[in-house]
Design a protein around this ligand. Structure first.
Ligand code: PRP
Length: 176
Protein backbone atom coordinates (compact mmCIF):
# COMPACT_ATOMS: atom_id res chain seq x y z
CA UNK A 1 0.00 0.00 0.00
CA UNK A 2 1.59 3.27 -1.03
CA UNK A 3 0.44 6.84 -1.51
CA UNK A 4 1.04 9.16 -4.43
CA UNK A 5 3.80 11.51 -3.46
CA UNK A 6 4.64 14.66 -5.38
CA UNK A 7 8.01 16.22 -4.66
CA UNK A 8 7.72 19.67 -3.14
CA UNK A 9 11.40 20.16 -2.29
CA UNK A 10 14.09 17.83 -3.61
CA UNK A 11 16.99 16.78 -1.42
CA UNK A 12 19.20 19.16 -3.44
CA UNK A 13 16.86 22.10 -2.81
CA UNK A 14 16.75 21.23 0.88
CA UNK A 15 20.53 20.97 1.13
CA UNK A 16 20.98 24.32 -0.60
CA UNK A 17 18.55 26.11 1.70
CA UNK A 18 19.88 24.44 4.85
CA UNK A 19 23.42 25.51 3.91
CA UNK A 20 22.26 29.14 3.68
CA UNK A 21 20.55 28.91 7.07
CA UNK A 22 23.70 27.37 8.55
CA UNK A 23 25.80 30.26 7.22
CA UNK A 24 23.40 32.83 8.69
CA UNK A 25 23.40 31.09 12.07
CA UNK A 26 27.21 30.73 12.02
CA UNK A 27 27.54 34.46 11.39
CA UNK A 28 25.02 35.41 14.06
CA UNK A 29 26.51 33.22 16.80
CA UNK A 30 30.21 33.36 15.81
CA UNK A 31 32.47 33.22 18.89
CA UNK A 32 29.52 32.48 21.13
CA UNK A 33 28.04 29.45 22.81
CA UNK A 34 24.80 28.13 21.36
CA UNK A 35 22.41 25.38 22.44
CA UNK A 36 20.63 23.85 19.47
CA UNK A 37 17.37 22.26 20.66
CA UNK A 38 16.01 19.57 18.36
CA UNK A 39 12.27 19.17 18.92
CA UNK A 40 11.48 15.47 18.46
CA UNK A 41 10.52 13.72 16.48
CA UNK A 42 9.98 15.70 13.29
CA UNK A 43 13.10 17.86 13.36
CA UNK A 44 15.70 15.11 13.79
CA UNK A 45 16.71 15.08 10.10
CA UNK A 46 16.74 18.86 9.72
CA UNK A 47 18.71 19.30 12.94
CA UNK A 48 21.31 16.75 11.88
CA UNK A 49 21.86 18.52 8.55
CA UNK A 50 21.72 22.01 10.05
CA UNK A 51 24.24 21.18 12.76
CA UNK A 52 26.74 20.08 10.12
CA UNK A 53 26.59 23.40 8.27
CA UNK A 54 27.04 25.54 11.39
CA UNK A 55 30.75 26.18 11.38
CA UNK A 56 33.35 25.75 14.14
CA UNK A 57 33.29 29.42 15.13
CA UNK A 58 30.14 28.55 17.05
CA UNK A 59 30.61 26.71 20.32
CA UNK A 60 27.63 24.42 19.76
CA UNK A 61 25.94 21.87 21.92
CA UNK A 62 22.88 19.89 20.96
CA UNK A 63 19.91 18.99 23.12
CA UNK A 64 16.84 16.94 22.29
CA UNK A 65 13.38 17.79 23.53
CA UNK A 66 10.73 15.10 23.37
CA UNK A 67 7.36 16.70 22.76
CA UNK A 68 3.97 15.15 22.31
CA UNK A 69 0.74 16.98 21.55
CA UNK A 70 -2.18 15.94 23.67
CA UNK A 71 -5.00 14.32 21.73
CA UNK A 72 -5.10 12.14 18.67
CA UNK A 73 -6.44 14.65 16.15
CA UNK A 74 -4.43 16.01 13.25
CA UNK A 75 -4.90 19.56 14.56
CA UNK A 76 -2.42 20.65 17.19
CA UNK A 77 -4.00 21.65 20.50
CA UNK A 78 -0.93 23.57 21.60
CA UNK A 79 -1.00 21.74 24.90
CA UNK A 80 2.21 19.82 24.71
CA UNK A 81 3.63 17.26 27.03
CA UNK A 82 7.39 17.11 27.47
CA UNK A 83 8.25 13.42 27.13
CA UNK A 84 12.01 13.94 27.30
CA UNK A 85 13.55 17.05 28.78
CA UNK A 86 16.89 18.77 28.16
CA UNK A 87 19.84 17.19 29.92
CA UNK A 88 21.41 20.45 31.16
CA UNK A 89 20.28 23.88 32.28
CA UNK A 90 19.94 26.60 29.64
CA UNK A 91 20.24 29.44 32.13
CA UNK A 92 22.30 32.32 30.62
CA UNK A 93 22.74 30.37 27.38
CA UNK A 94 21.76 31.35 23.84
CA UNK A 95 19.15 28.86 22.63
CA UNK A 96 17.95 28.09 19.13
CA UNK A 97 14.85 25.88 18.92
CA UNK A 98 14.84 23.80 15.74
CA UNK A 99 11.47 22.76 14.30
CA UNK A 100 10.57 20.97 11.09
CA UNK A 101 7.32 22.91 10.69
CA UNK A 102 5.36 25.73 12.25
CA UNK A 103 1.73 25.09 11.47
CA UNK A 104 -0.78 26.64 13.89
CA UNK A 105 2.15 28.06 15.91
CA UNK A 106 0.73 26.62 19.13
CA UNK A 107 3.60 24.21 19.80
CA UNK A 108 6.37 26.74 19.39
CA UNK A 109 4.42 29.34 21.34
CA UNK A 110 4.13 26.89 24.24
CA UNK A 111 7.83 26.03 24.05
CA UNK A 112 8.85 29.70 24.01
CA UNK A 113 6.81 30.31 27.16
CA UNK A 114 8.31 27.25 28.82
CA UNK A 115 11.88 28.18 27.91
CA UNK A 116 11.49 31.76 29.13
CA UNK A 117 10.93 30.44 32.64
CA UNK A 118 14.39 28.84 32.46
CA UNK A 119 16.14 32.22 32.10
CA UNK A 120 18.24 31.72 28.97
CA UNK A 121 20.30 34.62 27.58
CA UNK A 122 18.16 34.46 24.42
CA UNK A 123 15.75 32.12 22.64
CA UNK A 124 15.27 32.09 18.88
CA UNK A 125 13.42 29.82 16.49
CA UNK A 126 14.60 28.07 13.34
CA UNK A 127 11.97 26.22 11.31
CA UNK A 128 12.42 24.47 8.00
CA UNK A 129 8.79 25.06 6.98
CA UNK A 130 6.04 27.54 7.78
CA UNK A 131 2.42 27.08 6.78
CA UNK A 132 0.84 30.53 7.32
CA UNK A 133 -2.61 29.42 6.11
CA UNK A 134 -3.03 27.54 9.39
CA UNK A 135 -1.69 30.17 11.79
CA UNK A 136 -3.61 30.44 15.04
CA UNK A 137 -0.96 32.30 16.95
CA UNK A 138 1.80 34.43 15.44
CA UNK A 139 5.23 33.32 16.54
CA UNK A 140 8.57 34.78 15.55
CA UNK A 141 10.54 32.55 13.18
CA UNK A 142 14.05 33.95 13.16
CA UNK A 143 15.45 31.51 10.61
CA UNK A 144 13.03 30.04 8.07
CA UNK A 145 13.64 27.56 5.28
CA UNK A 146 10.49 27.76 3.17
CA UNK A 147 6.94 29.08 3.36
CA UNK A 148 4.46 26.53 2.02
CA UNK A 149 0.82 26.34 0.98
CA UNK A 150 -1.71 24.37 3.02
CA UNK A 151 -0.46 20.94 1.87
CA UNK A 152 0.02 17.84 3.97
CA UNK A 153 3.77 17.37 3.72
CA UNK A 154 5.90 14.35 4.56
CA UNK A 155 9.53 13.32 4.43
CA UNK A 156 12.82 14.72 5.74
CA UNK A 157 11.62 13.91 9.26
CA UNK A 158 7.94 14.72 8.79
CA UNK A 159 5.49 11.87 9.09
CA UNK A 160 2.07 10.67 8.16
CA UNK A 161 0.99 8.35 10.99
CA UNK A 162 4.71 7.85 11.73
CA UNK A 163 5.46 6.87 8.14
CA UNK A 164 7.68 8.63 5.57
CA UNK A 165 10.09 10.32 7.99
CA UNK A 166 12.89 8.57 6.10
CA UNK A 167 12.25 10.19 2.71
CA UNK A 168 15.24 12.36 1.68
CA UNK A 169 12.90 14.92 0.08
CA UNK A 170 9.72 16.76 1.15
CA UNK A 171 6.67 15.40 -0.59
CA UNK A 172 2.99 16.17 -0.75
CA UNK A 173 0.57 13.28 -0.35
CA UNK A 174 -1.82 13.41 -3.27
CA UNK A 175 -4.29 10.54 -3.36
CA UNK A 176 -6.83 12.22 -5.64
C1 PRP B 1 4.67 18.75 14.42
C2 PRP B 1 5.92 19.61 14.27
C3 PRP B 1 5.74 20.67 15.31
C4 PRP B 1 4.24 20.82 15.39
C5 PRP B 1 3.84 22.04 14.62
O1 PRP B 1 4.88 17.81 15.41
O2 PRP B 1 7.08 18.87 14.49
O3 PRP B 1 6.27 20.29 16.54
O4 PRP B 1 3.64 19.67 14.78
O5 PRP B 1 2.45 22.22 14.68
P1 PRP B 1 1.74 23.51 15.32
O6 PRP B 1 2.45 24.72 14.83
O7 PRP B 1 0.34 23.40 14.77
O8 PRP B 1 1.77 23.37 16.80
P2 PRP B 1 3.96 16.52 15.59
O9 PRP B 1 2.94 16.79 16.65
O10 PRP B 1 3.46 16.07 14.26
O11 PRP B 1 4.95 15.46 16.21
P3 PRP B 1 6.30 14.83 15.60
O12 PRP B 1 7.30 15.96 15.47
O13 PRP B 1 6.70 13.82 16.61
O14 PRP B 1 5.96 14.23 14.25
Amino acid sequence: MSDNLATLFSSEQLAERVTVLGAEISEAYANQKLVLVCVLKGSFVFTADLARVIDERVNLRIEFLGVQSYGEGTESTGVVQITQDLTKSIEDEHVLIVEDIVDTGLTISHLLELFKTRKPASVKVCSLLHKPARTRIDVPIDYLGFTIEDHFVVGYGLDWAQRYRNLPFIGVVDNE
